[in-house]
Design a protein around this ligand. Structure first.
Ligand code: DPM
Length: 440
């Protein structure tokens, strides 16, 4: 049956997510060109909330929840993620079926066009660097205390626009991997070294999530699985899991696998960057003493190659041990304070949002109450053009939708309507445009 071969792939609608999803589909197609795929685009909480730093939203599965629900409901067969956005605990019944070969895991600096050919060290004191990653902020504050860190959010396109047009930011920091996948590596002014800024757990690695026990999909994913990248990510995720970290704590790593040697360095920072615990561990991946568990899942990652299970188990144990030794050096108290501060920020952010909502509602109510006779004459004129007056009176001025035949209205009319709160609200139009171009 032809239809049975169609594989449904859930994806976020952002440009980066679509690029990543397509590249996984291409890899699979290159191995078997009879495979048929259908992509199912969805938007997630992380895509919809554009005005808060990720760390201030306070939800763990920001970019994944809706997609995971679709997987569990059998609406899609697999989902491609940036592994760094996948929490260390997956929902029951789901697994990471494969980790693809990791791209460059480092962070990059993109500078304002006026700072051509400069790097962070050449920028004037007091330069403003945009990032909403606590991890990046803390490390930059340590190495470049002369610069200021400011929050910046929105998709990659929006951030570039803010950098180029607003004259607020002298530079921004983004993952090399994301920039490269978007085809924007030529904008990179500087790639940060691990001495300047260690990367996030699993940064640069794409992962495919599917249903646990879905053998057809798992055996397919096995073909594009990269063992070394997987081992690195198992160790890093075990480290993060033990620290109970998420995107709201400044935790970073630097991992290398060379022959049978695994080396993992971890960093835990206070929010202001003044305190740090850094530590590293080296292990032999073929550790004969390692206890191999029955489970085939390590921090959510499915063990694809049974003969290599010892290496998965060693990587997992190494990540845990690194976290334990760092806790012994005081990482837990730094994290406790950082988490408490993040929690406060999250609460403040929620309060701010609620206030904003209230204000919006009030404004809408005022507009509802506004008698037509007191209304701006231009507004009345435009409304009367699109609706007969009885409809205007019955439905209340503010709730009138844009006419469905809006295509033939000229732009300035539409802009006017929009400005006066009659068109799609600015928030809605931002959300819908961002869902097709959001890049984080
Ligand atoms: C997470 C963080 C960020 C993303 C936090 C961190 C960056 C947030 C920001 C967990 N997810 O890194 O400390 O700067 O506001 C994200 C990006 C990619 C995956 C974009 C980026 C692309 C690279 C990859 C957002 N998630 O980090 O510049 O595949 O790793």
């Amino acid at each position: 049956m032809a239809d049975e071969r169609i594989i449904r792939v859930g994806t976020r609608k952002s440009q980066l997510a679509l690029v990543q999803t397509n590249s996984v589909i291409q890899m699979l197609r290159a191995l078997d060109d009879t495979l048929k795929f259908e992509t199912v685009p969805m938007s997630t909480v992380g895509d919809r909330i554009l005005d808060s730093a990720l760390s201030k939203i306070g939800e763990k599965s920001l970019f994944t929840k809706e997609l995971e629900t679709a997987l569990l409901k059998n609406q899609v067969d697999f989902v491609v993620h940036s592994l760094k956005d996948l929490p260390t605990n997956l929902p029951e019944g789901l697994v990471i079926g494969c980790v693809c070969k990791r791209d460059n895991p480092y962070d990059a600096v993109v500078l304002h066009p006026k700072h051509q050919r400069k790097t962070l060290k050449d920028l004037p004191d007091g330069s403003v660097i945009g990032t909403s990653s606590l991890r990046r902020a803390a490390q930059i504050k340590r190495v470049y205390p002369q610069h200021k860190i400011e929050n910046i959010r929105g998709n990659l396109n929006t951030r570039f626009k803010k950098l180029a047009e607003n004259d607020v930011y002298d530079g921004i920091i983004l993952a090399v991997a994301g920039l490269t996948r978007m085809g924007w590596e030529h904008c990179i002014a500087q790639v940060l070294t691990p001495e300047e800024c260690m990367y996030a757990v699993s940064q640069g690695a794409m992962a495919v999530e599917c249903r646990d026990g879905d053998e057809r999909i798992l055996s397919l994913l096995n073909k594009i699985h990269d063992h070394t990248s997987t081992i690195e990510c198992v160790a890093e995720r075990a480290f993060l899991w033990k620290l109970e970290g998420g995107c709201s704590v400044p935790v970073s790593v630097f991992t290398e696998v060379s022959k049978d040697q695994l080396s993992v360095k971890g960093g835990v920072f206070s929010i202001d960057g003044s305190e740090a615990v850094e530590h590293s561990i080296n292990t032999d991946l073929n550790n004969p003493d390692i206890k191999i568990p029955d489970s085939t899942m390590f921090v959510g990652i499915h063990c694809q190659i049974q003969e290599k299970k010892c290496e998965y188990a060693t990587a997992y144990a190494t990540g845990l041990r690194l976290a334990e030794e760092m806790i012994g050096k005081g990482a837990d108290s730094i994290l406790k304070t950082a988490k408490a501060m993040s929690k406060e920020e999250i609460l403040a952010e929620h309060a701010r949002k609620q206030e904003e909502e209230k204000e919006k509602k009030m404004k809408r109510k005022h507009a509802d109450d506004e008698p037509l006779s007191h209304m701006d004459p231009v507004k009345r004129y435009l409304m009367a053009q699109h609706h007969d007056m009885s409809q205007v009176l019955m439905s209340g001025a503010a709730s009138i939708p844009l006419p469905s035949s809006s295509q033939h209205h000229n732009l300035s009319e539409l802009q006017l309507l929009g400005k006066m709160g009659q068109g799609p609200s600015s928030q809605e139009s931002e959300a819908s445009s961002s869902s097709s171009s959001s890049s984080l």
